[in-house]
Design a protein around this ligand. Structure first.
Ligand SMILES: [Fe+2]
Length: 577
């Protein structure tokens, strides 16, 4: 049985395909379109998934779409009545999108016009946004029973949902309606700090450790805790938008409307303009926003834990991308084990909606847990060599052992390496398939990377990939973090050994590398360990102000555009001369 899930007409549109509950492929549309957060119909991702599964469109048994325009319809109508034009016009936005959803079978028919739209229509299931998030975490997790949290900006008029997963069923416990949203709270302050783009929230998170959270009390008037695991926003601090919170132009790039009101400016001061310097006050505000957000997440979770009595937890949704908060959950709540999928944000909706149909609707038993994010495009050495020859690029082909040695040699000599290996990752993090690597021991690695490739804000940290056997040696918390979804404190005595991946507060957003899942990446790091004694590499995404590279052509272009020292495409090595 083949099930295709999609996230469409929504930021980070994507597709995922399962055969009998087993994940065959999943990818974001942006990897093909080359536009970050691309938000239209994911036709190229769908074609990729069908190709990987070796089937045609008509062979799909079910199609799951991770949104339901009819969810909370009465609440939406009431909201519209209470908030006439000039208010947050989220309803109009949702209605226009729902029109698109109802004609989605026509979009599918465009992929293969020999398949009739009416036949496809019968196979389509609409799965509400947050149930898709919950399913993306629980049905992919190793747990038979777990408490569940989905938390984001907003989707299908909901911003937060809790539930219980048991076997092949999810039961919803509680949900919070738009516009009361932790995601929108965090985004409003991200904008206020001068980071206006969709997805800029990680910049606030990266800035926070430079500040002192002295404005938390002041923020309690903006984010109102109800102390029962629930919350609301004080809406006077948020601006009425006239064209929806997130809009999508013809270019399918999501744009976020300005969210904060004059009241917020009165209380916290003028917003920082994009190129103004970041003052200590800005850093303190970032620290305060991060701190109160963490407090609220722990409050929601602790109440969920009391209600369910469970110690396993699954989390998804945009706010679940807050790896700093994620890394503190077990130390601040009674939960013991946590699963967060590689695509915890909206791209994961494709995977979640398909899993929801397979388990919840069709009543199949939960399949194997998903520990891999390597579900995207792959290219053989043959394909790569043909491409390089067509471009007259000089390269060397090395067997694995020589390849690891050559890469390690480049890294220990201060080189920056583009590492293209196996299937591309699903989700926002590069995990050793499409990564740029550097020596974590170099104090100047951050400057080196920023000058050679990334040119990003100097306050943002770079992440460590660590062999999983060595986590307890380097980190204060020992846990598997396969998708770089948690930040842990680095042991004091190790911080000076790996300055390039130690953030200003002594933490690191680690990826634990498992030999069974990431064999070649593991062996490369192990080779580096044998040479240097350090089982860690600095890992950042293989891109330069663009979506992560997907094909050898994009990797080569990025290499040629930047000052990277070495490019590894499977077993082919290109060295800058
Ligand atoms: Fe979402």
């Amino acid at each position: 049985m083949y099930i295709l899930g999609i996230n469409a007409y929504h930021a980070d549109s994507s597709a995922a395909i399962f055969k009998d509950g087993k994940l065959i492929a999943a990818t974001e549309e942006e990897r093909f379109r080359r536009v970050k957060h691309w938000a239209g119909f994911p036709s190229m991702a769908i074609e990729f998934c069908l190709r990987e599964a070796g089937i045609s469109l008509e062979q799909l048994d079910h199609i799951a779409i991770g949104r339901d325009p009819y969810a909370k319809l009465m609440k939406k109508i009431l909201f519209l009545l209470k908030n006439p034009s000039g208010s947050w016009n989220v309803i109009a936005d949702r209605f226009s999108n729902s029109k698109k959803v109802s004609s989605i079978e026509n979009e599918f028919a465009l992929i293969n016009n020999s398949v009739s739209a009416s036949i496809l229509k019968k196979k389509i299931h609409q799965v509400e946004h947050h149930r898709s998030h919950l399913a993306s975490a629980f049905f992919a997790s190793p747990f038979n029973e777990a408490a569940l949290l989905s938390i984001d900006g907003s989707g299908d008029f909901t911003t937060t949902m809790t539930g219980i997963g048991n076997g092949n069923k999810i039961t919803v416990l509680n949900s919070i309606d738009f516009p009361h949203s932790v995601g929108l709270f965090y985004t409003a302050f991200t904008q206020w700090l001068g980071f206006p783009h969709y997805g800029d929230e990680y910049k606030l998170m990266g800035l926070a450790p430079y500040g002192n959270p002295q404005y938390v009390e002041k923020l309690r008037d903006v984010l109102l805790f109800k102390n029962d695991g629930s919350f609301s926003l004080n809406l006077k601090y948020f601006r009425s938008a006239t064209s929806g919170i997130i809009s999508y132009g013809d270019d399918h790039v999501p744009q976020v409307a300005s969210l904060f009101s004059d009241h917020l400016v009165e209380k916290f001061g003028l917003a920082r303009k994009k190129d103004e310097p970041l003052s200590q006050f800005h850093k303190d505000m970032a620290a305060s926003v991060q701190k109160i957000t963490e407090e609220l997440i722990f409050d929601i979770l602790e109440s969920l834990q009391k209600k369910t009595g469970l110690t396993n937890l699954c989390v998804a949704g945009g706010v679940a991308q807050n790896s700093v908060a994620n890394g503190k959950i077990t130390r601040n709540t009674s939960f013991k084990n946590i699963y967060i999928p590689s695509a915890g944000h909206d791209a994961g909706i494709s995977m979640g909606s398909a899993l929801y149909v397979y388990n919840q609707i069709l009543n199949n038993q939960k399949a194997e847990p998903i520990y891999t994010a390597y579900t995207g495009s792959q290219f053989s050495n043959n394909e790569i060599e043909n491409y390089l020859q067509s471009r007259n690029i000089i390269y060397e082909k090395l067997d694995d052992e020589d390849l690891y040695a050559a890469t390690t040699h480049c890294l220990v000599n201060g080189g920056v390496v583009g590492w293209f290996n196996g299937r591309a990752e699903f989700g926002p993090r590069a995990l050793g398939a499409r990564s740029i690597l550097a020596d974590p021991r170099r104090a100047d690695a951050k400057d080196l990377l920023n000058s050679k490739i990334k040119r990003r804000e100097s306050f943002r940290p770079f992440a460590p990939s660590i062999l999983r056997e060595y986590v307890s040696e380097y980190f204060e918390v020992t846990d598997d973090v396969p998708f770089m979804e948690k930040v842990f404190p680095i042991k004091k005595e190790k911080q000076k050994l790996i300055p390039a991946v130690t953030h200003v507060d002594g933490t690191g957003r680690l990826q634990t590398v498992d030999k069974k899942i990431s064999r070649r990446y593991y062996e490369l790091i192990d080779n580096f360990r044998k040479k240097t004694g350090v089982p860690i590499l600095l890992n950042t995404s293989f891109n330069e102000n663009e979506p992560i590279v997907n094909s050898p052509a994009e990797a080569l272009e990025c290499f040629l555009r930047t000052s990277m020292d070495m490019l590894v495409l499977e077993n082919c090595v290109i060295t800058r001369t």
